[in-house]
Unconditional design. Structure first.
Length: 316
């Protein structure tokens, strides 16, 4: 009796995966055509029409590639990742208050619509990078990549020191050290992943694992191009104001700026590992998880208000 139920469940997931991909294609077409015609809400919220369908398309594709998807097989984990994605991206927004590397223009004038828009947009960051990397891996990218094992010694100590330097130097010398912000959380959080009993990117790399890192780096570049391609025609968009290397723009991003998406993808993986380890070791009960979410939402509201005052330069 178990086999027919399994087959029926597998069939349902197959239909749902196909529906995810079909809805994603429809969402992209609706968003792009609506934006080009100046229709609302597609024009103002083009980012959401680009990225949420992207997530659903990749999740459906992932199912067809390996018969398992994030949303269909682990929906709870997917949903829990969304608020953490908002929180982690806002850490970069906090750094940007000092660095002023990007600003936002053309935002909707009402905060009660703008702030949920921030949350919905930032919630796609971690899932977008991770799903891209998983799809690349499922497609066989970098399948033969393997390296020699490395002896790193007491790497958690030097990783924390390096991460601290990558965090402080951009704040102290923003004109030239600003790219280091895209490395800081890799070295700051990865030792804690190991301490909490989770996966460590550095430890796996030292053991000779190269494919994961290469797939993540490729995913960072793919996502960077996707971000910038949809940002370019959007009325509500971000604008770069880098202190150096501000030339040869592809869409609105200076060419060398795309290099930042590579380590950022590694940061996304480390942040996801950190959250998984934190939830398994510390946030094991519903009250603890609820408190963590409450603290995150309080941080969001504070950062949204500060962004409106310092980073958002114009409203529609």
């Amino acid at each position: 009796m178990a086999e027919p139920n399994f087959l029926e469940e597998e069939d349902v997931r197959t239909y749902l995966a196909a529906a995810e991909m079909a809805l994603a294609l429809a969402g992209w077409a609706l968003g792009l055509l609506g934006a080009l015609a100046g229709r609302e809400p597609m024009a103002t919220w083009l980012y959401l029409f680009a990225w949420w369908p992207y997530l659903f398309f990749l999740d459906g594709l992932l199912f067809f590639l390996r018969r398992e998807s994030w949303l269909l097989n682990r929906p709870g984990n997917f949903l829990c990742t969304l608020p953490w994605s908002v929180t982690f991206w806002l850490l970069f927004e906090a750094l940007n208050l000092v660095l002023q590397n990007w600003r936002y223009a053309g935002m909707v004038p009402h905060w009660w619509a703008r702030w949920p828009g921030y949350a919905l947009a930032f919630a796609t960051v971690l899932p977008g990078v991770l799903l891209t990397a998983w799809v690349l891996e499922a497609l066989g990218a970098w399948g033969k990549a393997r390296g020699r094992a490395l002896r790193l010694g007491p790497w958690p100590a030097w990783s924390l020191l390096l991460g601290t330097a990558c965090l402080i130097l951009p704040l102290a010398f923003p004109h030239w050290a600003f790219p280091l912000m895209w490395l800081a959380l890799i070295f700051l959080l990865d030792p804690f992943c190991l301490l909490l009993g989770g996966e460590s990117l550095i430890a796996r790399f030292a053991a000779g694992e190269r494919r994961q890192v290469l797939c993540l780096l490729t995913a960072g570049l793919v996502c960077g191009l996707w971000w910038e391609m949809w940002n370019y025609p959007a009325p509500s968009h971000w604008v770069y104001r880098l202190p150096a290397f501000n030339f040869w723009k592809v869409f609105q991003m200076p060419l060398l700026g795309y290099l930042g998406f590579l380590p950022f993808a590694l940061e996304c993986w480390v942040m996801y590992n950190f959250v998984q380890a934190l939830e398994a070791a510390v946030l094991k009960t519903s009250p603890r998880r609820g408190l963590a979410l409450l603290l995150q939402v309080a941080f969001w509201l504070a950062m949204f208000a500060v962004m409106d005052a310092w980073t958002v330069v114009s409203y529609q």
